[in-house]
Design a binder for this molecule. Structure first.
Ligand SMILES: Nc1ncnc2c1ncn2[C@@H]1O[C@H](COP(=O)(O)OP(=O)(O)OP(=O)(O)O)[C@@H](O)[C@H]1O
Ligand SMILES: [Mg+2]
Length: 458
């Protein structure tokens, strides 16, 4: 289906004809014979609609008043008006009041199809923009913590957000560096400008300069037209230079110049372009060590490190583990339509004791996987991956579980099978898929392993 179209016209033959034409074009069509019946329906279902087509001259509520009422419910939906070709003045009036376009009777079918196609595209584009805007909204990126150290960092981030200072965020992988960068942007006066993340480690070195600073037509063979670089695209907003330590030395010089005079010179360009940008950079490397070894320019380091946000690894703020777990569990249960209400006491102890080399990202993965596996009302030890159970690997797994089991929707065979499956997966992972070695690790015959794998296939 290409989109849902609402038709409102008191003329039955016209309504039916439109319906046939549009359904043939693979649109979903709902037709109404009056504006008030359409309005009753739209008040509840407007989110499901892509385009509305309405006649102008109708008894009771005419097309123009109908248009105004639609705009009160939702400003974004494109409304196309139908008018007799002798009364184009009505259509002009409708355009003034926010109609998207108009068609005259009798229709030119091709013209009608193009107008509708464009209207649907416009609507989709706007929905996408709305979605992106809502992503920028802080509520979509809540920063969860309960440790004092994170509270201090959070307050620091918010207070520096209002200034224009350049910020360097450091911390191990998965500690939330990008999350903080977004927070700073969203709390700043630039929040309506772009937040432009650039992964300096992911762009090939030979393209980096033209990507960052853009180029003029003819700057090199193949430069058929000029192109804006990331710095110009991020104008009036924030550029987030992630993995800044990966920036080659040649580009470090150029970045330093941009930071010093806030001007960008496109490749092959003659005069630099002024830009208004806040720079936030991040790295999980020990940047001071890189400076010491001459792998990162000291002068650039000082320019970037005006304000420093140093996010500690999760194992140094264990109070955050359970609040974060609950947050991920809630999100994950919602998206998987589950009703897992919490975490068992035993599982909590295991989660709190683990060291998380991958930090919050690793915890998030662990909880998401556990949430998918969990069949009970509480997330229990049985759903946690073996690496978390750590040294307790050798302890009697079934024993740990007995206290942990919640007898709701419980099925012992299914439960045992889940555990068995997970342990076999783990063995296969460790042996890189070698079944003979895996069988040995598991202490069962190769034949028994094959038998079980066959069983799981069903
Ligand atoms: N305090 C937190 N509250 C909620 N979610 C968090 C928190 N910290 C990190 N996350 C989540 O963990 C994941 C990793 O965070 P992020 O991408 O910001 O880390 P990073 O430090 O940039 O990692 P990398 O160095 O690997 O790029 C993201 O999904 C993020 O939303
Ligand atoms: Mg990151």
């Amino acid at each position: 289906m290409k989109g849902r179209i609402i038709i409102v016209d008191d003329d039955r033959s016209l309504r039916e004809m439109l319906e046939i034409i549009l359904k043939r074009e693979d649109y979903d069509v709902i037709a109404f014979d009056s504006a008030d019946s359409a309005l009753d329906w739209l008040k509840i279902n407007i989110e499901e609609v892509d385009v509305i087509i309405s006649d102008i001259i109708m008894p009771k509520i005419d097309g123009i008043s109908f248009l105004e009422k639609i705009k009160e419910i939702n400003k974004e939906i494109p409304v196309i008006m139908i008018t007799a070709n002798t009364r184009v003045d009505y259509a002009i009036e409708a355009l003034k009041r926010g109609a998207y376009d108009y068609v005259t009777k009798p229709f030119n079918n091709d013209e009608l199809k193009i107008i509708i196609k464009n209207a649907v595209e416009k609507k989709n584009l706007e929905s996408e923009l709305m979605r992106l805007r809502s992503l920028i909204d802080n509520k979509q990126f809540p920063i969860i913590f309960s440790s004092k150290i994170m509270e201090d960092l959070y307050l620091k981030a918010i207070s520096i957000a209002k200034t224009n200072s350049t910020v360097l965020i450091t911390g191990e992988s998965g500690t939330g560096k990008e999350l903080f960068a977004r927070l700073i942007h969203n709390e700043s006066d630039r929040k309506n400008g772009p937040f432009f993340p650039v992964n300096c480690g992911a762009i090939p070195e030979n393209l980096m300069e033209s990507e960052l600073f853009g180029y003029e037509k003819g700057a090199f063979t193949g430069a058929m037209s000029s192109k804006l670089g990331f710095f110009e695209l991020a104008n009036n907003g924030t550029i987030f230079l992630d993995e800044i330590a990966e920036l080659p030395l040649t580009l470090q010089v150029k970045l330093l110049r941009v930071l010093e005079d806030r001007m960008v010179l496109r490749l092959g360009g003659k005069s630099p372009v002024p830009t208004d940008i806040r720079v936030i950079s991040a790295t999980n490397k020990d940047i001071e060590e890189l400076v010491k070894n001459g792998d990162f320019r000291e002068d650039l380091y000082y320019r970037l490190n005006v304000v420093r946000i140093k996010i500690p690894p999760l194992r140094e703020r264990r109070e955050d583990i359970i609040p974060l777990s609950m947050h991920f569990l809630k999100k994950c249960s919602q998206s998987h339509n589950k009703t897992i209400k919490g975490i068992t006491k035993d599982a909590t102890s295991f989660l709190e004791a683990y060291d998380y080399p991958g930090n919050v990202r690793e915890l998030q993965n662990i909880i998401e996987r556990a949430c998918v596996f969990e069949t009970g009302e509480l997330l229990g030890v049985g759903s946690l991956p073996l690496e978390i159970l750590g040294s307790s690997k050798t302890t009697d797994l079934t024993n740990t579980k007995a206290e942990d089991v919640v007898f709701s929707n419980f099925n012992l065979d299914k439960y045992m099978e889940d555990i068995e499956k997970k342990i076999i997966e783990k063995a296969l992972e460790e042996t890189k898929g070698n079944k003979k070695d895996a069988a040995e690790l598991l202490g069962i015959s190769l034949w028994a392993l094959y038998h079980r794998l066959e069983k799981y296939k069903k």
